[in-house]
Unconditional design. Structure first.
Length: 172
């Protein structure tokens, strides 16, 4: 295997992105993503592309509020695990977060060690309302976005969040 580069996702990457997500969605590790959802949110994604054009990693940055974003759908193709793909995609997303003016990044993950190595901390005792404040919390409850519902720990998504760890990183 050769090297890879990280770039903004394009609409032509969406089918490959869904192929990376599907096995993890079947295992209950990630929420499944319909093609239409991936096309609608393609601008949130970065992809890691191998020299041969194959998409070997993906990740998304979703803005929640004025200073808070979520790292979503961070996936690396199994043959590429341990080669720095996940870290490179995450660094690209963090750079984008800084450009947008975000000061904090949240994730809901089973991959605690990976995110800890990259500066995130588990926030098991902090509710979403404590993280964003009461005013923002009551605005966020109105969002139809499933990822925001997961962040808020709403009952309608409990089956999707069991076993996940809530993690937070403060950007410099």
């Amino acid at each position: 295997m050769g090297s890879f580069t990280v770039r903004r996702a394009r609409t032509t990457d969406v089918v490959a992105m869904q192929r990376l997500i599907a096995p993890l969605a079947e295992e209950g590790i990630l929420l499944g993503k319909e093609l239409v959802t991936l096309y609608e949110t393609v601008q949130e994604f970065r992809v890691a592309e191998a020299e041969d054009g194959q998409i070997v990693g993906i990740g998304a940055l979703h803005v929640f509020w004025e200073d808070l974003g979520e790292i979503r759908t961070l996936v690396v193709a199994p043959p590429w695990l341990g080669r720095g793909v996940g870290r490179a995609v995450l660094q690209s997303l963090e750079s984008e977060a800084r450009e947008l003016g975000l000061r904090r990044l949240f994730c809901l993950t089973f991959e605690v060690e990976f995110f800890e190595r990259n500066g995130f901390e588990v926030v098991a005792d902090a509710t979403a309302e404590k993280i964003v404040g009461s005013d923002a919390y009551f605005e966020l409850v109105r969002s139809p976005d499933e990822g925001i519902a997961e962040f808020l720990d709403l009952a309608r998504v409990k089956q999707n969040t069991l076993g996940n760890s809530r993690m937070l990183k403060y950007l410099d």
